[in-house]
Write a protein that binds this ligand. Sequence first.
Ligand code: AMP
Ligand code: ZN
Ligand code: FE
Ligand code: FE
Length: 280
Amino acid sequence: MRIDLHTHSAVSDGTDTPSGLMHAAAASGIDVVALTDHDTTAGWGEAAAAVAATGVALVRGTEISTRAGGISVHLLSYLHDPEDPALVAMLERSRDSRETRAQRMVERIAEDLPLTWADVEEQAADGATIGRPHIADALVARGHVADRAAAFRSLLHPSGPYYVRYWAAETADAVAAVRAAGGVPVMAHPRAAARGRVVSTAVVAELADAGLAGIEADHLDHTPDDREALRALAAELGLLVTGSSDYHGTGKPNRLGAFTTAVEVLEEIERQGRLPVLRP
Ligand code: AMP
Ligand code: ZN
Ligand code: FE
Ligand code: FE
């Protein structure tokens, strides 16, 4: 069983449609995939409709933007009620703020380089959760940078003059909201230091007390030492351990199935979640 619990489609900042992602998963020999677009569940229906044709089982999920002590934390939620009002409101607020923030970043960049909001809109699917990757794609289209990675290293870097923050819920509040919606909260890439500051083990322990179910130990942005340390931390705190690709289509080097999750862990996630895994 090959189980990949963290992927993105063009409903956020990946490049495959949700259905295209399901077909790509089948082609990569994946048995179970979680679609976890940023701050949205809008891709669930299209992905679910592709389960039968692809033979790939689907875990419906979301990667929620949160912050703990000012540090960005990505919280994966699995199998939650997509209509839970409090969670829906939290995700809507993040999406709205992401859009305003992206517009501000474009305004700042446009003081120095030709770039318009229309350029960015051209790179995002209708209704997609907007992120820096869409600004990166617009910068590539304008010929300002070679690819997304180059954009993130330069113009879009958090320590640069163009960066703007967006609203995100406190991580502990998001963990509570996910649980209240019947979801299973798992902290994504807790040690991905290249993205910025990461939370301490004390914060992970607090979140475990607040209802966190697991941590993503196996991820491309973690060193072997990070992965080992996170496994030890999970054992100490009684948390589940997941492994996933964080696939973004052609938007990142992450390949489907590069890291996977044990079948026993998926079973426990399904036991704790309100929705079933959709099987062919
Ligand atoms: P944002 O949430 O708008 O701040 O943008 C962060 C998103 O950009 C995350 O989903 C990352 O997966 C993606 N990202 C971060 N660094 C890179 C990179 N070097 N190349 C492509 N995508 C990246
Ligand atoms: Zn992303
Ligand atoms: Fe993430
Ligand atoms: Fe992600």
